[in-house]
Design a protein around this ligand. Sequence first.
Ligand code: NAG
Ligand code: NAG
Ligand code: NAG
Ligand code: NAG
Length: 621
Amino acid sequence: MVLNMILWVILAAFAICIFFRFPYLYQDVKYIVRNLRIRRRVSHYIQNNYTIVDCFLERVKKQPNKPFLLFKDETFTYQDADRLSNQAARALLQNGLVKQGDTVTFFVTNEPMFVWLWLAVFKIGCSAALLNTNIRSKSLLHCFKCSGAQVLLFFFFFKSPDLEGAVEEVLPELLERQVTVFSLGSKQTSSGIHGFIDKMRNMSSEPLAEDLRSHLNMHSLACYVYTSGTTGFPKAAVISHTKLWRFVMILRSCGLKSDDVLYVSLPLYHSAGLAGVTGAIDLGITVALKRKFSSSQFWDDCRKYNVTAIQYIGEIMRFLCNTPKKPNDRSHKVRIAIGNGIRANVWRDFLNRFGNIQILELYGATEGNIILMNYSGKIGAVGRDNFLHKWSFPFALIKYDVEQGKPLRDSTGLCIQVPKGEPGLLVAEISVRAPFLGYARDLQQTEKKKLHDVLKKGDVFFNTGDLMLIDKDGFVYFHDRIGDTFRWKGENVSTNEVADVITQVDYITEATVYGVEVPGNEGRIGMAAIALKDGHTFDSEGVFKHLESFLPAYARPRFIRIQSSLDVTGTFKLMKAGLVKEGFNPSAIPDPLYFLDDREKKFVPLTMDIVHAVLSGKIKI
Ligand SMILES: *[C@@H]1O[C@H](CO)[C@@H](O)[C@H](O)[C@H]1NC(C)=O
Ligand SMILES: *[C@@H]1O[C@H](CO)[C@@H](O)[C@H](O)[C@H]1NC(C)=O
Ligand SMILES: *[C@@H]1O[C@H](CO)[C@@H](O)[C@H](O)[C@H]1NC(C)=O
Ligand SMILES: *[C@@H]1O[C@H](CO)[C@@H](O)[C@H](O)[C@H]1NC(C)=O
């Protein structure tokens, strides 16, 4: 009896010791177990050439009447989706328009047809190039061409009047290239554009022959997803069927269950939207699809469709927090939010306001070969450096020389790993398990993302372009994006950190921070484009005081540009390149501009006189 008691006490003490020594052990183990299971599943799929379409067809057999897609007031079951995509597939095959192995280009906004077409293309063993619907003219043609227009037969699908204009602009060139252009609108507009819906309606919805996709293997192209292209033209990232499975499994590894309802308001042409819909197929769950993210309709939609899981990216969470408060803010069933790029202060506001929602912050680029996940509940961390992760997807943080714009190397030519607690460039080893498939028809850009001889001679790593930091407990934090740091007065200024400080001012809803060149000065001086909440004016003394108390002098933006809203890309990444180019010339910029006057201790409206004084050195900056 006594012996028994002693034994228990020892065991309990041991458990407590372990808990304090390894406080995150339980979460690490849970995450590792879940991911080992997922890895087994994916290897099994890969060995058996089992694609997402096979998975979809299995779902249709198992649960034909379960809702698959909710859109506006319509409900489409798994069976409906199967039939509609069979019709679309037949319409594509008709008259030999599309043949096995072709790539079909999508230029489609979020709507059910996007999903039917996408399934159709896969069912007939073809691949899809998913164009960003915000791109226009030259960029549009560029994206179209880099999906292989020279060799293959292509199709354009579009619906909204806005996209119609965009397509008509490039139509002559498309027709010259013998491209077949389809419209998803009900009526045909200009000549050279065919209607698709009527064609499709006439087709049989019976199952298609399986051998249409018998040539596919796991290395076959599934789709091209384009990078946002905050600078320059977007690049087409190659997504093979193997790689697609890694996207598909994101929802599963976040712990979504078969009775969840996922709200997808992110564009389907991006990896997040794609991971949402394909992940839903894998789990057999329902997706509530939104044409376009709307902060005012977001929660009403969540209530209407009984949404339990949402996806976010970049600024979405901030937009939601900036909407006027409502008494029913907490009446919803959302339990989990999955995404990337939430800032710590927004996260707190979000939870305070909308209730206890688990936030799962992911880190990963479309074309990259590494995904990190915040599964541990540590505020601000994007992931954890655990041994399983290191073992299956080796990565390293290496020293980076901002001025030279490349990693530092030691005398033997290898890269140097940073010690814990210091920011370094995140690089991930390229291997069979973690492939980097590069960009379509752009060998130069593909090579640029590769680093050779990193930890040992002959190895190859993917360069994420992100500076990260691992703390002593093994938490990984996002530090900065290379290029998002500028130098001023010999100091490195992190644009993210400055933007965080600026948006702490409660009526400043968004801020983009960047460096602009001033002739006669080294480096770049800080400038911020900001947007204000409706009905607020810029308080030039208050903002100065705030910046003065939180930022060192060199990091305070000297110029402020007030915009009604900030330009964003399809994924809400703030567009910097244009702002940098426009600089701070009041005669060329219609927006109100302010200058930080450190003698007056406030911001003053920027005049041409001030600009001349700055350029001539009369005002010291
Ligand atoms: C639909 O099918 C019918 C008969 O099968 C045919 O007469 C008609 O032309 C078809 N319509 C279209 C738009 O293909
Ligand atoms: C949402 O849940 C309620 C109550 O459980 C149910 O009556 C309603 O039909 C559901 N709505 C949808 C779109 O599933
Ligand atoms: C990490 O996850 C925890 C728990 O869900 C959450 O509280 C925290 O905000 C997350 N961190 C980030 C940066 O999202
Ligand atoms: C700024 O970055 C460069 C390159 O990484 C580094 O050598 C330098 O020490 C940094 N300067 C400061 C003040 O941190």
